[in-house]
Ligand binder design. Structure first.
Ligand code: LLP
Length: 420
């Protein structure tokens, strides 16, 4: 009684069984989100596709779930690609991203036969053509573009503006020479364009702006080179619920307007509607995860604030210190008690900035209580570090009240494995 249950599992019991800090991820939640995409995007439109952005969360078990659910995956490094390969992820359903892919990574991707390589720049195009030639293959690519729009999100996770390290800017016309070059290469098959305007985006208007820009480009390349854009990848970035945002929007909030605008802009420009691909990461897995911590020391500074320290922090969740991200949390063993105090949740790293939540409303807490921080499914496990030599937490998957370990807790020995 009074315990916080997550996908049917008692989180206080999980904390005891596996120790803390602990990532807990709900399989049902992930499947529900994928089902919603299947119903309201894949089922509603023709010639559309979805790839899960693996950077959000990609232990092997997540790659297996994505594979089983039949959607594609977007990888951004040799390591993510390796993870997908280890679960025999169908190669044609993999999209490979990155603004500075190495020769080894390109070689691995072409060797495995990934479905699309999203080429970020002309330098990469040259490398890729040589790699593809060596493999005797012609590889399918999209060009990553920056449409020159500013999404309304933290500046560190904006990516659609001209001043970005990603992609080729559309606005100044440089992209035309890159396209011309791609069209001339024997081992490159340019299919179309990609943009990703940023992450944790809560409105849908920036997608519309970006589509207007990119369809103009599509018209331009048709007129200039007779090139027909067959694919348009509009990226991910769909926002979820954190402490400072409202409820997560349905997928159709984003995809309906994206499809509507693509239809309208293509008609206006006399273009055929290309295949449309989306790449959600956070929207699929963000709210599917929570992190459990044990409360340790409590420091009350009269008339100032109360610091409640937990056994994790910026190691397992760097988002508050990187992006000033706001999280909500509950005391998992006191769900039937009213919040009567306001405390600040501090991590245990040797950094003043290691604060998980400023001013969280909680019931009276004491050492040994279990804190659950919500919406930690995306960009927590995947961004965790060993700073201060804290081992990374374990990851437990829950489903219908059953729990299974999917990533073991790191040990001190694990951390020193490569040290000579
Ligand atoms: N596609 C591309 C090309 C991307 O770069 C990203 C995210 C996504 C898709 C997926 O975005 P999502 O749907 O998950 O928002 N570490 C930051 C987020 C960085 C996102 C980078 N790219 C954070 O914790 O907020």
């Amino acid at each position: 009684m009074g315990h916080f249950y997550f996908d049917g599992s008692d989180t206080v019991y999980l904390a005891k069984k596996y120790g803390t800090p602990l990532y807990v991820v709900s399989e049902n939640y992930i499947i529900d989100r994928i089902d919603e995409i299947k119903r309201d995007f894949l089922g509603r439109y023709i010639n559309v596709d979805v790839v899960y952005a693996g950077k959000a969360f990609l232990p092997k078990e997540m790659a297996r779930i994505v594979k089983r659910e039949g959607i594609g995956i977007d990888v951004v490094s040799g390591g993510e690609l390796y993870t997908a390969m280890k679960v025999d992820f169908p190669s044609d359903k993999i999209i490979f991203h990155g603004n500075n892919k190495s020769l080894d990574e390109l070689d691995m991707a072409v060797g495995y036969g990934v479905g699309r390589i999203i080429v970020d720049n002309e330098y990469e195009l040259g490398l890729l053509n040589n790699v593809a030639k060596r493999h005797g293959k012609r590889v399918n690519i999209l060009y990553r573009t920056t449409p020159g729009v500013n999404s309304n999100t933290h500046k560190y996770i904006q990516t659609g503006q001209v001043d970005s390290k990603f992609g080729i800017p559309i606005l100044n016309g440089v992209i035309y020479s890159a396209i011309e070059k791609a069209l001339k290469l024997d081992n490159i098959n340019l299919l179309g364009f990609h943009f990703h305007i940023g992450s944790q985006i809560l409105d849908n208007t920036t997608y519309v702006e970006a589509i207007k820009v990119i369809t103009k480009l599509m018209k331009g390349v048709k007129d200039r080179f007779g090139f027909k854009t067959r694919e348009l990848n509009t990226g991910g970035g769909f926002g979820i619920q954190y402490a400072d945002t409202g409820e997560r929007k349905p997928i159709s909030f984003y995809t309906d307007i994206i499809m509507e605008e693509i239809g309208r802009s293509c008609r206006e420009n006399g273009l055929d509607i290309p295949r449309v691909i989306i790449e959600p990461g956070r929207w699929i897995v963000g709210e599917a995860g929570i992190t459990l911590y044990t409360i340790g020391s409590i420091k009350e500074i009269p008339d100032v604030r109360t610091y409640v320290s937990v056994d994790g922090g910026m190691n397992d969740n760097p988002r508050p210190s990187l992006y000033e991200a706001k999280y909500d949390g509950v005391i998992a063993n006191k769900m039937d008690e009213d919040p009567s105090s306001v405390v600040t949740i501090a991590g245990k790293c040797c950094e003043s900035g290691d604060i998980l939540v400023w001013d969280l409303k909680v019931p009276e807490v004491k050492s040994g209580d279990i804190l659950a921080i919500l919406s930690t499914g995306a960009y927590n496990y995947s961004m965790a570090s060993n700073y201060n030599k804290f081992p990374r937490p374990a990851v437990v998957m829950v489903k219908d009240g059953k729990d299974r370990l999917i990533v073991k807790r790191e040990t001190y020995q694990d951390m020193l494995r490569n040290e000579i």
